[in-house]
Write a protein that binds this ligand. Structure first.
Ligand SMILES: [Zn+2]
Length: 234
């Protein structure tokens, strides 16, 4: 009445245009729909102890991967408004992959065991310690390897890793038990001064840097600073 400027219902006559204040629905439109959605499944992480890994180090043995599930919801709507959402079906479409992390338990010691391993991967001794070409050959030479990896013969601390006249790239390792070993003519070095190394660790690659006539390792041993014959220890 107010919005049409009328004071009496009887004033409405045929042909009048009337304004309606608001629409109101007297029927409820109810609908039920099913909605299917893909959802992520998180993966678990498990740890496993490993005595081949050094204490304090971790390594992912198996990378974790999220899975997926297909989730079906039943949704009830009334006049377009959601009044109820119910989960009715869940189906794993891709199982997640558990992440496996190895935790090292191997004790790290910089003290040598006193028993030497071989500093190369195979190969033969091509020159021993002794007089050679009018000078004294202080160590032994190892050559003829198919894999040029150079390994530390025992646990220890790297006390030098750099270029030295005649020796080329040279690594010196103190085994912290009076014994020191040197590895010379290396093509490359994978340790630095101060590093702790474990018997058998890769420290570099065999090469022919410095005064050298071919690819080989020149290996020297010292005991309390005095040159030793490496053959006594290998
Ligand atoms: Zn030599």
């Amino acid at each position: 009445m107010d919005s049409n400027d009328l004071s009496n219902e009887e004033d409405i006559t045929h042909g009048d245009k009337l304004h309606l204040l608001k629409e109101q629905s007297f029927v409820t439109i109810a609908e039920t729909i099913e909605l299917v959605e893909d959802e992520e499944l998180t993966y678990e992480t498990k740890t496993k102890k490993s005595n081949s890994l050094e204490e304090g180090t971790k390594k992912v043995e198996q990378q974790g991967k999220v899975g997926t599930k297909s989730v079906t919801y039943q949704i009830n709507r009334e006049n377009g408004k959601v009044v109820n959402k119910e989960l009715i079906k869940e189906e794993v479409t891709n199982e997640p992959i558990t992440e496996v992390v190895l935790v090292g338990t191997k004790e790290v010691s910089s003290k040598g065991s006193g028993s030497f391993g071989w500093p190369a991967v195979g190969g033969t001794i091509t020159s021993k310690q002794g007089e050679r070409w009018g000078s004294f050959h202080k160590g032994i030479d190892i050559a003829g390897v198919s894999n040029k990896t150079i390994r530390t013969v025992d646990n220890g601390t790297v006390t030098a890793a750099g270029t030295r006249s005649g020796y080329g790239n040279q690594i010196t390792i103190s085994h912290n038990n009076g014994l020191t070993t040197t590895y010379s003519h290396l093509a490359s070095m994978s340790v630095s001064t101060g590093d702790t190394v474990q018997k058998g660790d890769k420290i570099g690659v065999m090469g022919t840097t410095g005064n050298s006539t071919g690819i080989h390792l020149h290996f020297e041993v010292y005991k309390n600073g005095k040159l030793q014959n490496p053959m006594k220890y290998l």
